[in-house]
Ligand binder design. Structure first.
Ligand code: SF4
Length: 166
């Protein structure tokens, strides 16, 4: 079955744009490069993300790897084999992320990029607003499930290691 990912792709474009802006803003800290795979784990992702990757795999199959100690099956020789189609979480790797936890704002920043930093350096202007983007993704996924009459609830997440080329 072929799905329409137009809304998801537009959303991905906004994620990429902000991620690029923040990477440039923090370029003095960012060490992210091909070969660093510290963030590459077997994530659970929304169906819209899952099926976008699956559709890409149908068009261009890749050889998946065994998931060792929770590593991502798309990681080969320390590089992502589905980079253009990777899920949202992979697009914000390495950036300072701002999110709400138990009614408190929390900051998550990669220990390799931000080896020394002061919490005071971060603000809404130079961090990725994770909750805001997760809410938008949640709504896009909800519509995707409904439009395609998929047998998932809006809270279901799928395991990336179940993806395969066929
Ligand atoms: S999809 Fe790619 S970027 Fe994301 S965890 Fe897997 S190998 Fe890493």
């Amino acid at each position: 079955m072929t799905y329409n990912f137009e809304k998801y792709q537009l959303f991905i474009a906004t994620v990429n744009k902000l991620a690029d802006q923040l990477s440039s803003l923090h370029k003095g800290h960012m060490q992210c490069r091909k070969g660093c795979d510290l963030c590459c784990m077997n994530y659970r992702i929304f169906p819209v993300e899952y099926f976008a990757i699956q559709q890409a795999l149908q068009q261009k199959p890749v050889e998946t790897q065994e998931s060792k100690e929770g590593s991502c099956i798309f990681l080969k020789d320390h590089a992502c084999q589905v980079y253009e189609h990777r899920p949202v979480i992979c697009r914000t790797h390495g950036l300072p992320l701002l999110f709400m936890n138990d009614d408190q704002w929390e900051l998550s920043a990669c220990e390799l990029n931000f080896t020394e930093f002061d919490d005071e350096e971060f603000s809404a202007e130079n961090t990725f607003p994770q909750d805001q983007f997760n809410s938008r993704l949640f709504m896009i996924n909800k519509e995707f499930i409904a439009v395609n009459k998929l047998d998932y609830s809006e809270f279901d997440l799928l395991d990336m290691k179940d993806l395969h080329s066929r």
